[in-house]
Write a protein that binds this ligand. Structure first.
Ligand SMILES: Cc1cc2nc3c(=O)[nH]c(=O)nc-3n(C[C@H](O)[C@H](O)[C@H](O)COP(=O)(O)OP(=O)(O)OC[C@H]3O[C@@H](n4cnc5c(N)ncnc54)[C@H](O)[C@@H]3O)c2cc1C
Length: 510
């Protein structure tokens, strides 16, 4: 049964029409979280979610601006919502908050083939956009693993990276201009910037701001021609350091492969590319445990092992260190072949064994796969999360070792290096742990995060490469951003003087 709306919620309904606002319990619950794994642990521990006062779906950018004006006048916090695939709690609502879901803003407003740009609305879903572009022989070149369940606005707000960022850049490298609504409720466009621009790049004030400075309603983004050819390869490298040497060598030689993806020894076993893991040895046993440990006795064994991860991590260190490097080069035929050959030269020189096209093609076929085993693990008392960081080539190998050491007594940890640039790259850690009670699981989960983030800050690296900060990393944002924190506060005063845009996200409020 519906209850009468507060005056300001009624005003929101008047903007979008009664069909596009909801105060129903099912919608409030559905929008009470994104995919931050901690939220799952909180629910299992019996913590009640914070429900938004209402969910609103504007149909145009003008309606979105009108919603902002109503919320500003009423002092209602706004939580911008794309597809809710964020993994840091960025789209989690707060008391009295209104969730503005932008998915009805889904027009591809303009394709300018001469300029090599598109203008697209913020709620456009990623995979649908890429399919539209493909029909015209174009690509954005942005392929996050969540492409099926994330939006253009979410990518921009979270400074997202696609799987081919080594060639096409991260989302911030693709922006020409943005249409935004800040705290004055006026729809504005940032001055166009890009390789043709001068002065300050105002786009970058909004990119990565996670909805704390305003709503992004549309963007002009650079696009590229579809590649005429792709070359795939896999290399079994003697160890992680040898693989990193190839990645750095390729990027610093000016090559721009679409994919350079190095799996550490455990991750190599998990993707099935260590031949030693196929013949019943300890690696094979580890793989079976991790892959099949979601039922029966194996599950019990896995949860026990994850409760004492120090021994599991130490045992892994004693196993063969072979690491899979997947490479994909693309572009015009000659360019793709030449880059493939150049990387092959680097990989051979570093002791790599050529595994042929198979691993590259297998990666492509499974590039958006997600595991559905997690809920069983959570139910059994375990948890899984990912933690992606970045640093320069100078210390990337040392950072990998240090984070593994720092979290290794709390969780089982594995990693891959999937985004390489001339100056450095990212490390994508996956960790899993377990404990006897729900409270103990939360404590262990938090301890692992804290130890990981502390270590990254100590190494002068960056605490997030593409997942953003949300609630999960905000404890360490001041340490990383230094003077930038005061500049952010000043910008917030100007753009959001009433403080209604996604309060408490990105940085811990002063
Ligand atoms: C299986 C899986 C794989 C993933 N792989 C990747 C990956 O490869 N690369 C990557 O970058 N990320 C990845 N992610 C994380 C996530 O998909 C990204 O953070 C993505 O950019 C979020 O988009 P979204 O539309 O779902 O945003 P949401 O989760 O809805 O929101 C994310 C943040 O942006 C804000 N926001 C959303 N839309 C707007 C807007 N229009 N204006 C202002 N603020 C807004 C929200 O308030 C929130 O703070 C993955 C997530 C999952 C679950």
């Amino acid at each position: 049964m519906s209850t009468p709306l507060d005056a300001d919620l009624a005003a929101l309904a008047a903007v979008v029409g009664p069909d596009h606002i909801s105060t129903r319990g099912a919608d409030q619950t559905a929008y009470s979280r994104d995919l931050w794994p901690r939220a799952q642990l909180e629910r299992l521990a019996g913590e009640a979610p914070t429900l938004p006062a209402a969910v609103v779906w504007p149909g145009t950018a003008e309606e979105a601006a009108a919603l902002v004006r109503v919320c500003v006048a009423a002092g209602r916090p706004i939580v911008p919502f794309g597809a809710g695939s964020g993994v840091c709690g960025g789209a989690r609502p707060m008391e009295r908050g209104v969730v503005i879901d932008l998915k009805r803003l889904k027009a591809l407003r303009r394709v300018d083939e001469a300029a090599g740009t598109i203008e697209v609305e913020a709620g456009y879903m990623g995979e649908r956009l890429e399919r539209q572009l493909e029909r015209r022989g174009l690509t954005l070149g942005h392929f996050p693993s969540s492409i099926l369940c994330s939006t253009v606005g979410g990518w921009l707000a979270g400074r997202s990276a696609g799987q081919c960022s080594s060639r096409y850049g991260k989302i911030e490298d693709m922006v020409v201009d943005l249409e935004v609504v800040a705290g004055d409720g006026v729809l504005r466009r940032t001055p166009a910037y890009g390789s043709l621009g001068q002065g300050l790049d105002w786009n970058q004030a909004f990119v990565g701001s996670e909805g704390t400075l305003g709503l992004i309603t549309a963007a002009t983004l650079r696009v590229h021609a579809q590649p005429a050819r792709r070359c795939f390869r896999g290399w079994l490298m003697p160890d992680v350091d040898a693989g990193l040497k190839v990645m750095r060598g390729a990027m610093q030689a000016g090559l721009r492969p679409a994919v350079l993806r190095l799996y550490d020894p455990v991750d190599t076993v998990m993707v099935g590319s260590n031949p030693d893991a196929k013949h019943g040895g300890p690696l094979a046993k580890l793989k079976t445990l991790l892959n099949e440990g979601t039922g029966g006795l194996k599950q019990k064994a896995l949860v026990t092992a994850l409760s004492n991860p120090r021994w599991l991590n130490a045992a892994i260190d004693l196993l063969p260190q072979k690491s899979l490097l997947v490479t994909v080069t693309e572009g015009q035929d000659a360019e793709a072949r030449a880059e493939d050959a150049a990387i092959a030269g680097l990989a051979r020189a570093a002791g790599g064994q050529d595994l042929g096209e198979g691993p590259g093609r297998a990666w492509l076929a499974h590039r958006y796969d997600v595991s559905y085993k997690q809920s069983k693990l959570y139910a059994a008392g375990a948890f899984v999360d990912t933690f992606e960081v970045a640093g320069t080539w100078t210390g990337l190998g040392a950072l990998y070792d240090a984070v593994r050491r720092a979290v290794g007594d709390k969780v089982l940890v594995m990693a891959h290096f999937s985004h390489a640039y001339p100056g450095g790259g990212s490390i994508y850690f996956t960790f899993a742990g377990a404990a006897a009670s729900r409270a103990a699981q939360l404590a262990r989960y938090d301890a692992a995060w804290r130890a990981g983030l502390d270590t990254v800050v100590e190494h002068g690296a960056t605490i997030a490469h593409h997942h953003g900060s949300g609630l999960s990393r905000r404890s360490h944002m001041d340490a990383e951003h230094g003077a930038g924190r005061a500049w952010f506060d000043a910008l917030k005063q100007v753009l959001d003087p009433t403080g209604i845009f996604n309060p408490g996200k990105l940085f811990v409020p002063r």
